[in-house]
Design a protein around this ligand. Structure first.
Ligand code: GLN
Length: 305
């Protein structure tokens, strides 16, 4: 039996000693203010025990990790077929904000985790829901079984001010008739979903259903086993943009990163792990988070492979 606490402690110790901690993103001014010395991990084992180290209880901006939750809500409201008419599920091999005219030739984003794909999911939710932002936030709170989770309005406003690439992506999608709603309305939803703040524990809890066949912490079933299989497959192949191959190779788990420095990954039926370290590598994924999760699956010998 593995001593999980010992493994997490050794990973934290190594991370603290590392001088190269990556760079916080400056293109969202509010995120540039975060101290990159933070480091935390929360491990949630399905059989009951939880383990944690460092700053696991400090909230951070989940950013692109929210794309998994918005996709889950869209699957929950609509089922997969309608969604798959408006996007593919192929890895892009490109950065998260890449604007490929070729890929968008017919206005069809490569997958739901690059920005253009997540913007289409935001559009789908706006068309489906009466009060989109409120209902999405409630969905996330219910998944995590925690009613204190909230948007960070400063982060959302900060991104809206400087989100030129996302405006370009949304306008391109609109020009190809792959947005039903107004660009401003869709991006307002998207910037708010990205601004949600959670700590490592809340994030691990919110992802519980992806490790537990669609049933979340409060025992409610939101997704079918088949939908969970599909979402985990998209995380494995597309969760880290042009570093998805590297993450599968080094870590061997489905997972998702965000430019807030969070990474959540899971082994179906066994555990969910969240690491937060705000400094990013050149691909926009948490530098120490990638190394920490590689070390965790190597030391524990637990991965999907
Ligand atoms: N809100 C960020 C953006 O759209 C999310 C990017 C990310 O976390 N990779 O640029």
């Amino acid at each position: 039996m593995c001593d999980f606490q010992k493994i997490l402690e050794s990973i934290k110790e190594k991370a603290e000693k590392t001088s190269e901690k990556g760079k916080v993103p400056t293109y969202i001014p509010e995120l540039a203010k975060v101290d990159k010395n933070h480091f935390g991990i929360y491990l949630n084992m399905l059989e009951g025990n939880d383990y944690c180290v460092g700053d696991w209880d400090i909230k951070f901006s989940i950013q692109s990790i929210s794309k998994v939750l918005s996709l889950a809500m869209a699957f929950n409201c609509l089922g997969a077929n309608k969604i798959l008419k408006r996007m593919d599920v192929e890895p892009s091999g490109n950065p998260f904000n890449y604007l490929s005219l070729l890929e968008l030739e017919e206005g069809i984003p490569r997958n739901p985790f690059i920005n253009s794909g997540a913007i289409v999911i935001a559009d789908i939710l706006i068309s489906e829901l009466k009060n989109p932002k409120e209902e999405f936030l409630q969905f996330v709170r219910d998944l995590a079984n925690d009613q204190t989770i909230d948007f960070n309005y400063e982060v959302a406003a900060s991104e809206a001010k400087t989100g030129y690439t996302n405006f370009a992506a949304a306008n391109l999608l609109k020009s190809f008739n792959n947005l039903e709603n107004d660009v401003d309305e869709v991006l307002d939803f998207y910037f708010h979903q990205c601004s949600i703040e959670m700590n490592c524990k809340q994030l691990s809890n919110a992802f519980y259903l992806f490790a537990n066949k669609g049933k979340c912490l409060n025992n409610k079933t939101y997704l079918t086993s088949s939908q969970v299989k599909r979402i985990n497959a998209i995380m494995l192949t597309c969760g880290f943009y042009d570093e998805a191959g590297e993450f599968a190779f080094e870590v061997g788990l489905p997972g998702k990163s965000g430019v807030g420095g969070g990474i959540v990954a899971l082994l179906p039926g066994t555990f969910i792990i969240t690491c937060w370290s705000p400094g990013l590598n050149p691909k926009g994924n948490s530098k120490l988070g990638m190394l920490a999760l590689e070390s965790f699956t190597t030391q524990s010998n637990l991965s999907i492979f």
